[in-house]
Ligand binder design. Structure first.
Ligand code: FAD
Length: 352
């Protein structure tokens, strides 16, 4: 049997990959690509597997796990600093590195599991900061063109937890990411009340970088936003739904019931997925499907326990979404990625 995806995802679910490659050396990427190009099915690219719900049947094509490490820094003439990180570099290690170097721009992204190469895919973000805020460019392999390309920010189509890489999965494999950071001893202004409370400061304050980083880790642990090594919440993929778009009428109903609604960066109204789940009757620790529970720390995270399968996890997602729809008329969209959906998307061996 092939390598189990369950061994490479934080939910620890998922059957075998038809072929499994671990990519560790940037110098041999083209050899890896050549091997994969001979396959009939396009690759599924895996980072830390912390936003992936792999099927019980596994993946019928090649899976490439990005495990390249390395961070390089170069000062620019305009005073900014460019940081180049390999795709497999853990995002939390990159954040810790930038804080220790006195570089501001991604200090609020600490404690998020996963790799740097995956961060632009879903435009990973927290506490009002998202990777696209500081992203300068990306080196990627384009499976359509069969060569390495450099992508600038403007071509990445970033939005709330989305990007061109997410809406067109399968076309690009991100090899390294270039961020443009500011040399400063201070973090960006705090815009989240939970974080302000954790640091015992007012909103709008710019705390010292190291304090900001520690405050984030403390707040994430306190609110069930970190990945425990063991215990009932140790198998999870973080938030399972995006905060949904709502119409003005739905927003008014949510507000009237005491729920939060905010404007996203594109000026669209969004409600809180966690609040909507609680409105539909769910709560931390609630059972949802065989082996699948809301985490003990927060309703918006589902955890897999002994009896869980990818199929029961999927049932849990559908159950929650339909209960929320019935209770509030709002549609929820799952956040974790399903590898099977990348099959047949844009992989054209004849063009390579
Ligand atoms: C406890 C916990 C807390 C979390 N908190 C947050 C949070 O605060 N904010 C947030 O945004 N997310 C959060 N997440 C979700 C997840 O950690 C992030 O989305 C993270 O960026 C995913 O990284 P990964 O390497 O694990 O991605 P994976 O799960 O391995 O992959 C996710 C997607 O990216 C693609 N991908 C991965 N690497 C590459 C690459 N090099 N090139 C092309 N495509 C690639 C995959 O094909 C897949 O489509 C959390 C998850 C957990 C478990």
């Amino acid at each position: 049997m092939g390598e189990l995806l369950a061994d490479h995802t934080t939910l620890r679910l998922g059957g075998p990959a038809d072929r499994f490659l671990t990519h560790t050396d940037p110098a041999v990427w083209l050899d890896v690509a050549r091997v994969v190009q001979r396959e009939q099915i396009g690759p599924f690219v895996l980072g830390g597997g912390s936003n992936t719900l792999a099927d019980d049947a596994g993946y019928p094509g090649p899976v490439i796990r990005m495990a390249t490490r390395g961070i390089a820094v170069r000062s620019l003439a305009d005073g900014f600093v460019e940081v180049v990180a390999q795709a497999g570099e853990p995002l939390s290690a990159l954040v810790a590195f930038t804080i220790s170097e006195g570089l501001s721009g991604i200090e609020y992204l600490g404690g998020i599991p996963g790799t740097t190469g995956a961060a632009p895919v879903q435009n990973t973000g927290a506490y009002g900061q998202q990777i696209s805020d500081t992203l300068a460019s990306i080196t990627a392999y384009d499976w359509h063109l069969g060569r390495t390309v450099e992508l600038r920010f403007s071509g990445c189509d970033f939005g709330y937890r989305s990007s061109a890489f997410k809406t067109g999965p399968g076309r690009w494999t991100l090899l390294d990411v270039v961020l443009r950071l500011t040399r400063s001893p201070y973090a960006a202004p705090i815009t989240y009340q939970h974080l302000a409370d954790a640091l015992d400061v007012r909103l709008g304050i710019r705390p010292p970088l190291a304090e900001a980083g520690q405050g984030v880790l403390y707040d994430r642990r306190n609110r069930g936003l970190s990945l425990p090594q063991a215990g009932p919440d140790s198998r999870q993929a973080g938030s399972v739904f995006l905060n949904p778009l709502v119409t003005p009428a739905q927003a008014a109903t949510v507000r009237a019931a005491g729920g939060p609604v905010h404007l996203d960066q594109s000026g669209h109204l969004r409600a809180s997925a966690g609040w909507l789940l609680e409105r539909a009757g769910y709560y931390p620790g609630a059972p949802v499907a065989p082996g699948v529970f809301c985490s003990t720390g927060r309703t918006l995270t589902l955890t897999a326990r002994n009896a869980a399968t990818a199929s029961s996890f999927d049932t849990a997602l559908r159950t929650l979404a339909s209960q929320v729809l019935a209770a509030t008329t709002v549609h929820l969209t799952p956040e974790p990625v399903r590898p099977g959906r990348c099959v047949d998307v844009g992989f054209r061996t004849e063009q390579l």
